[in-house]
Structure formats: C-alpha cells, structure tokens
Ligand binder design. Structure first.
Ligand SMILES: Nc1ncnc2c1ncn2[C@@H]1O[C@H](COP(=O)(O)OP(=O)(O)OP(=O)(O)O)[C@@H](O)[C@H]1O
Length: 313
C-alpha cells in the first residue's frame, strides 16, 4: 500500500525540552491514524513537523512523497488545536473565504452541511457556541477536499451528538480515500475511528498497532468491579478457580471474568452474603492500554501489592 506520511527518526527540542526523541512511523493512503498520549507528549509537535509548520532538529518527514513544505497545499487539510479564525465573519463567509484560497474548492454550503452547520451559516463565528466554532474550523479544513487531513483534537468541546456526526463524517472521508491523521484524548473516539493507533509518551512512540491488537497485547483482563458497602473478607468468597480477586479501596475487583464467568462470580458474592452497591463488568479497551503503557492508574487497576485469592496466577 502507498505510504503517504512517513516520519523517520524525527527529533525536535524546545530549549531543554525534547518534544520528539526520534519518532518513526508511516501512514498508508486512506488510513485513519490516531495519535494518543498524555499532555505534552509531543503530539502537536509531530503534526507540526509532518505539515511543515515547524522544522525538525533531526530526522526527516515526507508527505505525499514530498518534503512537507513542498506539498501542494490544495492536497492538505490541517486543523490546529488552537485555531481561531476571524470572529466577525459568518460561518458561511469564513468557509467561502477559505474556499477562495484554492483553485478548486468545494461549495461552501455543502461543506457547512457536512459539519452540521447549515442552520447556523449566517451566524458570526464569535456568536457560535464552542462546539459550533470547532465544527466551523473543521469545515475550513474540508473546503479544498484534501487528500491528507490532519486533525489536532478535532472534537474537543463538541457535544456527544455532534461528535458522533463528525465521526461518521471522518468515516465517510476515509471511505472516499482521504488519509486522516488525528490526535485525541478521547480513547472512545480513537478506538471508534482509527485503523491504527500510535501512543506517544515523552516524545517517544511507545507502541503502534490496530486498536484490537493493542488491547489484546496490553489491555489486561476483563474484570468485575464490585463496590461494596463496607469491608469484604476475600477468603469468604468461593470464586471459581480461574478467577482471582483483589481488595480495593471501595470493594473488590475480580480478574479474568469472561462473559461466561460473570454469573459464577456474582453467585460467589451472593453466596458469601456480600452486600454490594454496584457491580460493573469491564472489558479492556484502549483506555487500559493507554494507562498501562503510560504508567498511570485507573479504577479497577490491579494494585501492585494487593491481597489476591483464587486462580492459579
Ligand atoms: N513553541 C514551543 N516552545 C516551547 N516549548 C514548546 C513549544 N511547543 C511545544 N513545546 C513543548 O514541547 C512539549 C510537547 O508539546 P506538544 O504541544 O507537542 O504536546 P502534546 O502532546 O500536543 O500535548 P497536549 O496533549 O497537551 O496538546 C511540551 O513540553 C511543550 O511544552
């Protein structure tokens, strides 16, 4: 498959801060690539080097087989994280203005329709809600019908329905062959959209893979998170041998609970007379991958030195 984005050993420092410490990756034509990582990991810096808006200190980048600064701008779309267009233009005037920058642009009304802003097209940008403003910014990246689209946290501030509408727009773009490189702090968004995901931490690409592959490699086990009313004696729980339980601050987490073991695990709580406030079955997802590889903690994480019972692990 044709690789349209290639980073090879990219390095970038700002003073003493090493924002990128040798990042290499490639993205194929028509792929949606999701870049995740903590604040300050280097995600925006990577987008800036790939789009030619900053010069790396080392390594190289290519976009559509050319140097990032030489690529035909008609073929690229970029939504920066902190983009603020003129406030006293209507959404339609803004999109029309940006359309005028290209030789061959889409109809502004079609673009506004795509991002769900047809009804607000005559509203000044500064009078749009935060989520509508973000949609207008996304519209500006679509007027030139780009082959490669960079979206730096595209759905920040957009309400749930608007986010879903934009996800399906991104799906449609990808189906039509647009390559999308996006960053997000929403693991749900990345899991939903990305063909492949890269996790950046402290300027290094920690892992790259398909979401399901990363979840199976790093996501840990399915588990039952039980909040109890008071302390529970783990010894009193007759869990099936394949499961293991650990005491947490507010209850017990039972690990290794697949769909078929849920009822047996719940029975063990009932048989032991445990009063529980809530009982949630959780399958690992990208969030668990993120948290486990960045070393952060999350609810139901296996405590390092907790008591465990049952199972043979
Ligand atoms: N222009 C700049 N001048 C100085 N330091 C910068 C500059 N741009 C980025 N940095 C630093 O480089 C590091 C990486 O920043 P970057 O914005 O790429 O991270 P990020 O992963 O996009 O973060 P976030 O999720 O918060 O948007 C941070 O420590 C940041 O403070």
């Amino acid at each position: 498959m044709n690789e349209v984005l290639v980073a090879d050993g990219l390095r970038k420092s700002y003073g003493d801060v090493e924002a990128l410490s040798g990042v290499s990756l490639s993205v194929a034509e028509g792929e949606v690539f999701g870049l995740i990582g903590p604040n300050g990991a280097g995600k925006t810096t990577l987008i800036r080097t790939l789009t030619g808006t900053t010069t790396p200190d080392g390594g190289s980048a290519s976009v559509l087989d050319g140097h990032p600064t030489d690529v035909d701008r008609q073929r690229l779309g970029l939504l920066p994280q902190d983009f603020r267009p003129a406030g006293r233009l209507t959404a339609r005037e803004l999109v029309a203005y940006y359309a005028g920058l290209y030789d061959d642009a889409r109809d502004p009304d079609d673009v506004l329709d795509d991002v769900g802003l047809a009804d607000a097209s005559e509203t000044w940008y500064e009078n749009l809600s935060g989520g509508q403003q973000r949609r207008a910014c996304i519209a500006l990246t679509l007027v030139n019908d780009p082959d490669v689209l960079f979206l730096d946290e595209p759905t920040t501030g957009i309400d749930p329905a608007g986010r879903r509408a934009l996800w399906s727009l991104i799906d449609d773009l990808a189906d039509r062959g647009t390559t999308v490189f996006l960053t997000s702090h929403s693991m749900e968004e990345v899991e939903r959209l990305a063909d492949r995901v890269g996790l950046l931490n402290e300027g290094r690409l920690v892992t790259v893979g398909r979401p399901a592959q990363l979840v199976s490699e790093h996501g840990g086990e399915s588990r039952l998170v039980v909040r109890t009313d008071g302390d529970v004696d783990l010894e009193s729980l007759a869990l099936p041998a394949s499961l293991s339980g650990e005491v947490t601050d507010d209850g017990i987490v039972v690990y290794g609970v697949g769909p078929r073991q849920i009822s047996a695990a719940v029975d063990a709580f009932d048989d032991a007379g445990v009063v529980y406030e809530s009982l949630v079955w959780k399958q690992p997802g990208l969030e668990e991958v993120y948290l486990s590889l960045t070393g952060e903690q999350f609810e139901g994480a296996r405590p390092a030195a907790a008591a465990a019972i049952g199972g043979d692990r």
